[in-house]
Write a protein that binds this ligand. Structure first.
Ligand code: NAP
Ligand code: ZN
Ligand code: ZN
Length: 347
């Protein structure tokens, strides 16, 4: 066991502050990583504030982790001390169910173990990346290229894979028209990835001031969802819509924008339910679906794709003592486009 520095919250209405936590000594299959950077995902805020109703306290959030390996267990085959490594949202799963065998550990039928706000196989709470060090089984550890700017790689571990996975599953590519709804952490990665896959990308946003960025990131069109006439012009237009919005929003305003057989996939996870008019699905045989992060194999595929296409997240660096302010700014959609914590500020 080693004692390390972390930042945690003690309750849904508490601010985050310093906490000393224990990490296990690396077991035979474990990799120990000194955390250099950790992204700040909107899911960290939902969970820190118990908006999904499943929070365990004290909670150390953070599942967009990159760092350097400081120790490996005796049976570790694929990682060496000194290499870069990443950890996303999953640190364990049952390893035997059909979903684990298919490499889709996020859908583990016995419940995956989240990087934080989860209980591990020994019933101990897991603590995330707002900390200086983490120990993870090599099966759930990712290889990170030395080629990319490491600060911008951190958000790929959640925002990157969460947008990459549905784009691949629904086979987005050249000749298709794709809308990304919400230009935040997930949304800006969705734009970069869909454009790199060859689709024509439109950003649907509530923030007019994001139009120049949307175009710079790879979108060819930008629409403010509050402008009804502009939304009406897009009826039956898109093959695929990726909805990344973190707050309740009208699915009925978006579904009519899909062509026949088009799909809108929800990755944004507001706590409250939304109504859906069946006719918006029945007419044009449209699909409304959801998607959860991505499995370990696909996360590695996404990291390799990003290294090949030179894709990273646009980040605003913060020191750990600015985390509470950063949460407030995320809630105001005021981040371009992901906060990343410099863990040197925790030492
Ligand atoms: P984020 O950076 O806060 O981005 C969310 C964006 O949604 C905002 O930038 C804003 O874009 C738009 N938005 C916010 N409030 C809105 C409202 N009331 N009406 C319309 N649009 C609104 O958050 P994120 O980190 O990208 O995460 C987005 C959501 O995905 C969160 O709910 C998070 O928990 C969830 N998530 C899900 C998964 C998964 O596996 N499915 C993984 C990670 C995160 P505009 O300014 O452009 O309108
Ligand atoms: Zn996340
Ligand atoms: Zn499983």
């Amino acid at each position: 066991m080693s004692k390390i520095n972390a930042y945690a919250t003690a309750a849904a209405d508490a601010a985050l502050g310093p906490l000393s936590i224990e990490r296990r000594a690396p077991g035979p299959h474990d990799v120990q990583i000194e955390i250099l950077y950790c992204g700040v995902c909107h899911s960290d805020i939902h969970q820190a504030r118990n908006e999904w109703g499943n929070s365990i306290y004290p909670m150390v959030p953070g599942h967009e982790i990159v760092g350097r390996i400081t120790a490996v267990g005796e049976h570790v085959k694929n990682f060496k001390v000194g290499e870069l490594a990443g950890v996303g949202c999953i640190v364990d799963s049952c390893r035997t169910c059909s979903q684990c065998e298919a490499g889709e550990e996020q859908y583990c039928e016995n419940g995956m173990t989240g990087t934080y706000n989860s209980l591990d196989k020994n019933g101990q709470p897991t603590y995330g990346g707002y900390s200086t060090q983490v120990v993870v089984d090599e099966k759930y550890t990712l290889h990170v290229s030395e080629k990319l700017d490491l600060k911008g790689v951190a958000p790929l571990l959640c925002a990157g894979i969460t947008t990459y996975s549905p784009l691949r599953h629904w086979k987005v590519g050249p000749g298709q028209k794709v809308a990304i709804v919400g230009l935040g952490g997930l949304g800006h990665m969705g734009v970069k990835l869909a454009a790199a896959m060859g689709a024509e990308v439109t950003v649907i946003s509530t923030s007019d001031n994001k139009e120049p960025d949307a175009k710079r990131l790879g979108a060819t069109h930008f629409v403010n969802s509050k402008k009804e006439d502009k939304m009406n012009e897009l009826k039956n237009h898109f093959d695929f819509i990726l909805n990344t919005v973190s707050a309740p929003n009208s699915y009925d305003k978006l579904l009519p924008l899909l062509k026949t057989n088009g799909a809108m996939v929800l990755v944004g996870a507001p706590a409250e339910p939304s109504a859906v008019m069946g006719f918006n699905l029945i007419l044009q045989r449209r699909t409304l679906a959801g998607s959860l992060i991505g499995g370990i194999r696909e996360t590695q595929e996404m990291l390799d794709f990003c290294a090949e296409h030179n894709i990273t997240s646009d980040v605003e660096m913060i020191s750990i003592d600015k985390i509470n302010e950063a949460y407030e700014r995320v809630l105001k959609s005021d981040v371009k486009y992901r906060f990343v914590i410099d863990m040197a500020s925790m030492k």
